[in-house]
Design a protein around this ligand. Structure first.
Ligand code: F0G
Length: 476
């Protein structure tokens, strides 16, 4: 199936971004040329998955598609019980509600926006115990998602294991730039937690991508299949939350999977309140069939190599042009280092948000901010969090775009890099209380910091080259 792409002009895009409050989440997709907002739910499904959609058993209870999904998850993720949810945050909600008590601490390898919010809504406090290198865009550590075991040990000693309902292990780490965790580190983290009777839950949203990095870069796994590595990773954990909209190659769906019978019962009881019956949890039968088939396809080496190969292709074009990006190149996208790209914009004027808006105006390519806006305010003090990483994410949907689209994207980023002085910062005009990055609105700050007032990229035209207008369609 193909979907036509919309060509727009510079004046149209200037109007569109202003109407969207300089937030790429508020753009209409009709106004977007190449959509790198997210890899979430934007995957193209295969012929086999679409065929499966015709075999949906839409029974309210006991759908055969659920049985297939549960078996597939047992085969590839290894967990006995599956609680289906409408998407990943549904699983995070249930896990947080059944495990976290008010006053508890949840350590993890860097925060994720929805995960942390659900931990906080359940009365918990997230504690970051990722290695320091993860916060350094230039560090070439091959497993920047690794847990710092000394930090974790310190947290356990300080707050007491009884106050740690579970450890949240992201594989890969989205906010660090899609950085993986090594098998050795997964095992060591699990052993430390087990010694203190702390359950380990993976955020397995991009665990297949993590498995690919282990195969590629960790000694001893060169000849192990992606499927076996995935199973081994999960073998160290007590369960996982999953946004099926990423690795599972579907457009909607998620699950909580776990081994403990009693905990599974509690999760099943919770899912009927918030999602749906425990045999569909917010998904149609056909969605569960597509997800089961997507999981089987996702562990193919050829698939995951091609997927991450695309990300690397785009990243290498930018590296070759000296554009500052997070290194090494991660699993699901390229993360442009907005602090180095726009050193003239202070972090409280949201350089990554400004860069996302400017890129859209330049070429119609839609990325998203992963920096101070995403980090939000501290739950206790109400102050803005200012993370070390201030990034523009260019996220690649799976099996959607061609190399030509990546060339156009790189060309536009490089073009902006050359006129970066003209980009100006942003200030809030509307700030939602929760997960503010989705719905916030901004306006450019005054002209005082604009070096070349004649053509500020956020507000005035910047012409498209012919090559950017050359592609017609995209598989979807
Ligand atoms: N965990 C991780 C690591 C994620 O990246 C996401 C979603 C979720 C959990 C929540 O899953 O969206 O299905 O409810 N990430 C998307 C993104 C939104 O664009 O990175 P969800």
């Amino acid at each position: 199936m193909v979907e036509p792409l919309t060509m727009t002009t510079s004046p149209q895009r200037e109007r569109a971004i202003a109407e969207a409050g300089f937030n790429t989440f508020l753009l209409s997709s009709n106004d977007v040329y190449i959509d790198l907002l997210t890899d979430s739910g934007t995957n193209a499904m295969s012929d086999n998955q679409w065929a499966g959609m015709m075999l949906g058993d839409e029974a309210y209870a006991g759908s055969r598609n659920f049985e297939k999904l549960e078996n597939t998850i047992r085969t590839h993720y290894g967990f006995r019980h599956t609680i289906p949810t409408h998407q990943g945050r549904g699983a995070e909600h249930i896990l947080s509600q059944i495990l976290i008590h008010p006053g508890g601490y949840v350590p993890g390898n860097m925060y994720f926006t929805t995960t942390r919010l659900h931990q906080e809504l359940a009365g918990g406090t997230f504690v970051d115990v990722i290695i320091d290198e993860a916060h350094e865009p230039c560090s070439e550590h091959p497993f920047k998602g690794n847990v710092d075991l000394a930090k974790l040990d310190r947290v356990i000693n300080e707050v007491g294991a009884n106050n740690i309902p579970y450890f949240c292990l992201h594989t890969t780490v989205n906010m660090a730039g899609g950085q993986p965790v090594s098998m050795e580190n997964i095992q060591a983290t699990a052993e430390l937690c087990r010694a203190h009777r702390i359950p380990v839950f993976l955020d397995a949203t991009r665990a297949v991508e993590n498995a690919y990095f282990i195969k590629r870069s960790e000694a001893g796994f060169e000849n192990t299949s992606i499927a076996d590595i995935l199973l081994q990773m999960c073998g160290h954990a007590d369960g996982c939350t999953m946004s099926g909209k990423k690795d599972c190659l579907v457009n909607i769906g998620g699950f909580l999977a776990l081994n403990d019978d009693e905990l599974a019962e509690r999760a099943r009881n919770m899912v009927v309140v918030f999602e749906g019956l425990h045999t569909y949890g917010g998904m149609a039968g056909r969605d569960m069939e597509a997800m089961a088939r997507g999981i089987e396809e996702s562990v193919s080496y050829d698939h995951i190599r091609a997927r991450i190969g695309q990300v690397e292709y785009l990243g290498q074009l930018l590296i070759d042009a000296d554009v500052p990006i997070v290194r090494p190149i991660g699993g699901h996208g390229i993360f442009v280092d907005a602090k180095r790209f726009l050193p003239h914009i202070p972090q409280n004027e949201f350089p990554a948000q400004a860069l996302a808006a400017a890129l859209y105006v330049d070429s119609g390519v839609r990325g998203m901010e992963r920096g101070a806006v995403s980090a939000g305010r501290d739950a206790k003090t109400g102050e803005n969090r200012l993370p070390r990483l201030e990034l523009l994410r260019l996220t690649l949907p799976r099996r959607v775009y061609t190399q030509a689209h990546l060339d156009v994207t790189a060309e536009s980023v490089i073009d902006l890099w050359e006129k970066r002085d003209r980009i100006r910062g942003l200030k809030f005009t509307f700030e939602p209380e929760r997960l503010r990055f989705f719905q916030a609105r901004f306006a450019p700050v005054g002209a005082e910091r604009v070096l070349d007032d004649a053509d500020p990229v956020n507000t005035q035209s910047s012409s498209l080259t012919d090559s950017r207008e050359s592609d017609q369609a995209v598989t979807h």
